[in-house]
Design a protein around this ligand. Structure first.
Ligand code: AMP
Ligand code: MG
Length: 434
């Protein structure tokens, strides 16, 4: 995984009073875990699944390979033409003057030319069509002149041009894909190009998730005083849909000791991963914390990142438990920075990375030194083609609309204060996260 660097170019650490609310005093940072520490602890404690299953190649998208794929064939498996044109012997290439060749047949893709090609003869050949053994050079059709039954070829061509050799892409016996590789579109095609109708993969993970809290109402219900709609469950469901996992939505669980305990046990029974949001910070939803302490081996972490300070991580019976914070932006930030790498690791994906780019700041990003910030931002290109970045306005962790406006996180190192126009910072495009 790509480490999130903390030493990116920025002005010296400075304490700037900005109206953000909250209290990010340095003194309060003692005892907080850095993102790297939390990520390392998480990944070290997760044993990737090993159960395998076989799927049809057409259904393999999003699965992780359970075995190495070694090629039983050369790809391509015969010498063929890279162009629509005319195939001749290299020895016949005209040296000083254009030369006429007699056209003796055609090699189609899938219907090779079966006859002989003699000296000073040529055949018409299509892209991908097999090259007869007699010829080794292809002249693009745009480069010839048709003269009655003959083909006029000029000078300036190279021997063996426009020909694809057998095994040029993949050699028979080569290791094509390694165990632990996520199957994306290119891998689907690659596996098919070797002729495999089925592939051995690690099974899908089962993920259960629910919200807790008496203040939460479902969409379509009527809000009473002090209540809010449960939005986190929708965000989490959306983020999970990008993965090849079986999703079990368990709804909203009220603040009731027995119901919470039953929900955790049911989730642990039927899933590999349990995700909740809210109820993991200090002074929070009493029963959630109490139940987790009773049922599982759970760590309640305070992270030195913003948004997303409180996070619970551990196990409920055999299931991995991820207790995300309650604030909607914190849910997404902690899921992408910690939850997603953890789920990918558990799924057996050995190559999970997150894309990081560098962009020049065009408007200040207000910040106080202390925590690693993932501010919501928009990257674009300026007139010189340089990547530039600006924030989306309000950066508080309950401003979910900012996540929707943004196309990336602006990563501002823990020790950095406000970042000013002209400085270069690292950004994490949302496209690379999912
Ligand atoms: P908590 O971490 O439970 O103290 O929650 C922090 C903030 O997130 C509070 O303002 C909660 O009302 C809000 N919150 C918690 N759960 C949800 C949810 N499922 N949907 C929307 N907001 C939530
Ligand atoms: Mg709460």
């Amino acid at each position: 995984m790509k480490e999130i660097p903390v030493n990116i170019t920025s002005k010296p650490v400075q304490t700037i009073k900005v109206k953000q609310g909250g209290c990010d005093d340095h003194a309060l940072l003692a005892g907080l875990l850095t993102l790297e520490q939390a990520r390392t602890k998480m990944l070290d404690s997760i044993a990737p699944i090993t159960d395998t299953t076989e799927v049809a190649t057409m259904d393999a998208f999003g699965y992780v390979l359970a075995e190495n794929i070694v090629s039983p064939v050369n790809v391509p498996n015969y010498k063929n033409s890279a162009m629509d044109g005319y195939a001749i012997k290299a020895a016949d290439l005209p040296a000083t003057d254009s030369k006429l060749f007699k056209l003796v047949g055609t090699s189609w893709a899938g219907k090779p030319y079966a006859g002989k090609v003699n000296s000073n003869e040529c055949i018409r050949i299509m892209t991908g069509a097999k090259l007869p053994d007699d010829v080794d050079t292809v002249i693009m059709q745009e480069h010839i002149t048709l003269q009655a039954e003959n083909i006029l070829i000029s000078t300036g061509h190279k021997a063996e041009q426009n020909v694809r050799c057998a095994g040029e892409d993949i050699q028979k016996g080569a290791l094509v894909l390694s165990k632990g590789k996520l199957i994306n579109a290119a891998e689907m095609g690659l596996i098919a190009s070797l002729g495999f109708a089925k592939v051995s993969v690690l099974r899908k993970l089962k993920v259960s998730f629910f919200s807790t809290g008496d203040e939460l109402k479902g969409v379509g219900e009527t809000l009473e005083d002090g209540q809010i709609f449960d939005s986190n469950r929708y965000t989490i469901y959306g983020m999970l849909q990008k993965l090849n996992v079986d999703i079990n939505d368990m709804g909203v669980i009220p603040d009731d000791r027995k119901k919470i305990e039953a929900a955790f046990l049911e989730a642990a029974e039927r899933s590999d991963v349990i995700i909740t949001s809210g109820g993991v910070s200090v002074g929070d939803a009493d029963y959630v914390k109490e139940t987790l302490e009773k049922l599982g081996q759970i760590n309640f972490w305070k992270l030195a990142i913003k948004p997303g300070k409180p996070l619970a991580f551990g196990k409920v019976n055999e299931a991995m438990f991820l207790g995300l914070p309650g604030n909607p932006v914190s849910v997404m930030a902690t899921y992408y920075q910690l939850g997603l790498p953890a789920i990918q690791h558990l799924s057996g994906n050995q190559n999970y990375t997150q894309v990081i780019a560098k962009a020049r700041v065009t408007e200040p990003f207000y910040k106080r030194p202390g925590r690693l910030d993932f501010q919501r931002a928009i990257f674009s290109y300026d007139n010189n083609g340089e990547l530039i970045i600006k924030g989306v306005g309000m950066q508080a962790s309950h401003i979910l609309s900012g996540m929707s406006l943004a196309n990336c996180f602006a990563i501002i190192p823990a020790e950095s204060g406000t970042v000013y126009p002209g400085e270069v910072i690292e950004i994490q495009p949302f496209e690379g996260l999912i």
